[in-house]
Design a protein around this ligand. Structure first.
Ligand SMILES: [Zn+2]
Ligand SMILES: [Zn+2]
Length: 342
């Protein structure tokens, strides 16, 4: 790879300064690091990025902006100290109840460190031409019949043309074996979907994350709670129509658990003060509104017909004043109609 190609691999013009090279290299490494990038080509891309950087460095082209040579500090992928490390991005999925009331979530994960022997490159450059391809970086392909059929990238030098050796410390992986961590994360009450939580890393402690965690909150949609921006929770509940008429108590759901509600036959909406979602994180809770939907049977059983007849008979014996007035007015109206028709 000519150094122009190495600059191009880093997305730079060939007169880029040393600090531009380093910045581009760091950015690409963080984008393509196989720990963070699932793309099947990530490892190969990482190696090309590292190789391009090494080539530029070896050619003495890490120029200071003034034109001098900015010698030589091979940037480390990630600083060794836990405090300076880039945070580990995680997601946490919560129910609306967990988001409302707060909870503790156990987060487990694995992290790898860049190999310190090869600074994450996975290989050591020996210098000189690759013995496999003679330095061209390409191997002529031959068809089944032996005819030339284009070229393929040399596997020994990954197309770079420079002799290299697998890093013995990491056997080419460019990183250490994965280290597991586990941490209990206290989720405060009142977190919302999309919130970011920062949890300090455990630094060098054996089983704690080696860097801070940056945790993206995901709150699952709820089967029957609707959350408004002001913390109001709305919920529609079908209730037995007879229980509603009878002013019976029912159990209703809140984010803190079930609760008794006294039905009132003149009301369909009920407010539970302070039983909604926290208005702000760790703050007091908004209200919950419950709308009941009284359900009556589509068809009545014989027993129910008999009972309803009895019920009607009782109210006919002692009708409400509003009904009495209405019935009186209705009769007068009917008499008026028959008078006109004569
Ligand atoms: Zn080669
Ligand atoms: Zn290594």
């Amino acid at each position: 790879m000519a150094t122009e190609n190495a600059f191009a691999e880093l997305g730079l013009a060939s007169d880029a300064t040393g600090s531009e090279v380093k910045a581009a290299w760091r950015r690409l490494v963080s984008q393509w690091h196989p720990d963070r990038n699932d793309n099947a080509d990530a490892v190969a891309k990482m190696q090309r990025i590292n190789q391009a950087f090494e080539e530029i460095r070896r050619a003495g082209l890490l120029r200071a902006a003034s034109g001098g040579v900015d010698e030589d500090e091979t940037p480390k992928h990630e600083p060794a100290s836990g405090r300076q490390r880039r945070p580990i991005s995680r997601k946490v999925k919560l129910t609306l109840e967990e988001a409302a009331m707060g909870c503790i979530k156990v987060m487990r994960g694995k992290v790898t460190e860049p190999c310190s022997t090869c600074a994450g490159a996975g290989h050591r450059v020996l210098g000189g031409n690759c013995a496999h391809c003679g330095g061209s970086g390409a191997i002529p392909k031959r068809s089944f019949f032996g005819w030339p059929a284009g070229v393929t990238e040399c596997e020994a030098c990954l197309g770079g043309g420079i002799a290299r050796q697998l890093c013995p410390a990491c056997e080419g992986a460019g990183k250490t074996a994965a280290r597991s961590y586990k941490v209990n994360v206290r989720i405060p009450s009142g977190v919302r979907h999309g919130d970011l939580l920062h949890v300090g890393g455990g630094h060098s402690h054996k089983n704690l994350p080696p860097a801070d965690l940056e945790i993206r909150v995901e709150v699952a949609p709820h089967a029957f709670f609707q959350l408004d921006d002001d913390g109001t929770i709305r919920c529609e509940i079908p209730v037995d129509g007879f229980a509603w008429i009878a002013n019976r108590p029912i159990q209703v759901p809140t984010v803190a658990g079930p609760q008794a509600l006294q039905l009132q036959r003149d009301r369909l909406s009920y407010r539970l003060d302070g039983q909604g979602f926290p208005i702000e994180r760790r703050g007091s809770r908004g209200d919950q509104w419950i709308t009941v939907l009284p359900i009556f049977p589509d068809t009545l059983s014989t027993d129910q017909e008999i009972l309803l007849d009895q019920l009607l008979a009782t109210s006919a014996q002692a009708p409400d004043a509003r009904l009495r007035n209405w019935n009186r007015g209705m009769r007068a109206w009917e008499r008026g109609l028959s008078g006109r028709s004569r």
